[in-house]
Every structure is written in structure tokens, then in C-alpha cells.
Ligand binder design. Structure first.
Ligand SMILES: Cc1cc2nc3c(=O)[nH]c(=O)nc-3n(C[C@H](O)[C@H](O)[C@H](O)COP(=O)(O)OP(=O)(O)OC[C@H]3O[C@@H](n4cnc5c(N)ncnc54)[C@H](O)[C@@H]3O)c2cc1C
Length: 318
């Protein structure tokens, strides 16, 4: 039995590849199926085309070339169903003891024996904190869901990537008074090409106030303090959408016995061909492999992990 921790797209892809090789596998997931995607902004459109998000050769048909979050949820439900995967939802893996061929996986509800373990826990559960005064206030959100709640409010959006740009444009169109604070000198290159001109023009026309080369210094009950190239600015504020990114749960990985590189990337230590970590019999799969650099690994380019892992496990069983 192989236990897979996490039912994201890559956890599912790994279970499918193992099933195709008749290797029994069980997924344990702390939330709902594809929990990270479920918690993305409600109206999000992927930057990938649908065929690049496919797993297990199940066709992903979407209305437009770039699928929506809702279409992805339906697609991954269908993919899991068509392979009749064994998935335990709303059960959290808390501890992994034992060794290769005889791991004991402890969850908040039960305990399981497994010969191999695959850790596919993604990076969406832990926001990168700014570490500034006031970040703990209720009005500071690290996850954005939909625009309606921000109508006629003074909203500060922090960040220059896709999540920040989507949140700024959506809340602006829902009648929020939006300020965008970007640490760098411009919007990130990686922002969806069909969205970028929109944000640039909204800033140019002063419909959204853009501050570049700017750090947020403090959040107060009804104001925020920005450190801009033209000096300190205090602006009135009702909500802060801190779209500053996310990072893998490093504490969980190290508690599983996975070593991390010493540099700032904190990459898990694994064999690039097999995805087996320094802990024999334990693999990593999906975007968790990227460590702090969450911009280089996606569903698109980590789907292949599933095949590498299943091949290696089969070889070892044989
Ligand atoms: C807003 C946004 C848009 C994106 N758009 C794209 C895109 O267009 N194209 C693309 O290729 N990629 C995109 N990505 C990146 C990619 O979609 C996600 O990172 C993707 O979900 C990664 O899949 P995964 O299976 O590696 O991890 P995840 O989907 O994050 O799955 C990890 C799972 O592990 C579970 N888990 C964590 N800890 C435990 C535990 N202790 N016990 C049990 N379960 C646990 C989580 O609940 C989660 O369901 C996007 C990411 C974001 C944030």
C-alpha cells in the first residue's frame, strides 16, 4: 500500500499512475478534493490551457481555452471518479513514523501502514507573511475569494503577480476604491498576457492608484502607511488584500524527516529522476518540490512526477 498525502492534481495523478500499475494506493486529504483549487478566488481563470491541466489521459473540455476554477473542480472530481480512486477526505496527516517498507502514518482520525509514502502537500496552506505591525488585524486577508464584499470600501491590494492583479481589477469593478502597492518597479512579467494591459491602463488612467517600488510599513484600524519613492504616505483603508504569495509547510516536511536545502529556496532534498527524498521510501510530488520558489513549478510541469514515482515504486516492488 502506498499512502499519498494530499489530493491536489498531482496527488491524484500519482494515485492514477499507481492504479494503472495495479499498485494499491490511498490518498489522505485534510480538506475537500483539490482543496487548494477549491480555495482559489471564486471567479479565477487558469493561465494554463485545459489540456495542460489534464491527468490520467482524461480529456478536460472547457468552454474557453483557459478553464475556470469551477470547471477545474468538476474536471478533477470526474478524473478521480473515473479511476475509482481511494480517497479519505477531511483527514489530516500529522505524523509519519517507521521506515521504507513499513511506514506508520498517523492522522487526526486513524493510523495506516504503508510500504511507501508520497508527500504532495502543495504550497497553498501557508501564506508568506509580511511581518509588519497590524498584519494580524481582521481586515488583512491573505486569501481573496470574491469582489462583492469590498464594494465602496477603501482596499489596498499588495503584490505585483497574478493574484494581486486579479484581486485589484475585480474589486475595482465591484466599486471598491483600490490602491495597488508593488514592491518592484513594475507588474510581474508572469501576469496573464490578456490581463496585463487592463491593469496597466487602469493605473495609467488613475482608476486604480498604483504605487511601485513601495513597501507597506504598517496597517492600522482605518489607515495604512506606505513607504514610497516619494516618501511616507498614509492612506485611508478598510481592507488589505495581501497577495504576497504562499510557501510549502516546511515544518510538516521536516517533521516527516525530509531534509531541506540550506539556501533561501529551502528545497526538499530529493532525487530528480525518481522524486525519492533523503528519507528512503518517501517521495515528494507536485509544487511542494519547489520550496520557497513557488513560481517555477505548476500543475503543467509537475504532472510528470506521477509517472516517475510510479515507475520507481514498481521497479522496487519488482
Ligand atoms: C491562484 C493560483 C492560480 C494558479 N494557476 C495555475 C495555472 O493556471 N496552471 C498551473 O499549471 N498551475 C497553476 N497554479 C499552481 C498550481 O495550480 C497549484 O499550485 C496546484 O494546485 C499544485 O498542485 P499540487 O497537487 O502540487 O498541490 P495542491 O493542489 O496544493 O494540493 C495539495 C493538497 O495537500 C493537502 N494537504 C496539505 N497538508 C496536508 C496534510 N497534512 N494532510 C492531508 N492533506 C494535506 C491540501 O489540502 C491540498 O489539497 C496556480 C496556483 C494559484 C495559487
Amino acid at each position: 500500500m502506498v499512502i499519498i498525502v494530499g489530493s491536489g492534481p498531482i496527488g491524484l495523478a500519482t494515485a492514477i499512475e499507481l492504479k494503472r500499475k495495479n499498485i494499491p494506493a490511498k490518498i489522505i486529504e485534510r480538506g475537500c478534493l483539490v482543496n487548494s483549487i477549491f480555495h482559489y478566488p471564486k471567479d479565477m481563470t487558469f493561465f494554463s490551457t485545459s489540456e495542460r491541466l489534464e491527468i490520467g489521459d482524461v480529456p478536460f473540455i472547457s468552454h474557453n481555452p483557459k478553464p475556470t476554477r469551477r470547471e477545474a473542480l468538476e474536471y478533477y472530481r470526474r478524473a478521480a471518479e473515473s479511476y475509482d480512486l481511494d480517497i479519505h477526505l477531511y483527514e489530516e496527516v500529522q505524523d509519519i513514523q517507521g521506515r521504507d517498507q513499513s511506514f506508520t502514518i498517523k492522522t487526526d482520525q486513524d493510523s495506516y501502514e504503508a510500504s511507501k509514502v508520497v508527500v504532495a502537500t502543495g504550497f497553498y496552506d501557508v501564506p508568506k507573511m509580511m511581518g509588519i505591525p497590524g498584519e494580524e488585524l481582521d481586515k488583512v486577508r491573505h486569501y481573496y475569494d470574491e469582489a462583492h464584499a469590498y464594494a465602496w470600501q477603501d482596499v489596498l491590494v499588495i503584490g505585483g503577480g497574478n493574484s494581486a492583479v486579479d484581486a485589484a481589477l475585480e474589486t475595482y469593478r465591484a466599486n471598491a476604491n483600490v490602491t495597488l502597492a508593488v514592491r518592484n518597479s513594475k507588474i510581474k512579467e508572469s501576469v496573464k498576457y490578456w490581463v496585463k494591459p487592463d491593469i496597466q491602463n487602469r493605473i495609467k488612467n488613475e482608476e486604480i492608484t498604483g504605487f511601485f517600488n513601495t513597501e507597506v510599513k504598517e496597517v492600522k484600524e482605518s489607515e495604512v502607511i506606505l513607504d514610497t519613492p516619494n516618501g511616507t504616505k498614509t492612506i485611508t483603508n478598510d481592507f488589505v488584500l495581501a497577495m504576497t504569495g504562499y510557501k510549502p509547510n516546511f515544518d510538516l516536511m521536516t517533521s516527516f524527516g525530509i531534509d531541506l536545502t540550506d539556501d533561501e529556496d529551502k528545497m526538499p532534498v530529493y532525487n530528480e529522476k525518481t522524486l525519492e527524498t533523503n528519507r528512503k521510501g518517501m517521495y515528494v510530488a507536485g509544487v511542494v518540490c519547489g520550496g520557497m520558489d513557488t513560481s517555477k513549478l505548476f500543475i503543467e510541469n509537475t504532472r510528470v512526477h506521477a509517472e516517475h514515482i510510479a515507475n520507481d515504486i514498481q521497479k522496487k516492488i519488482d
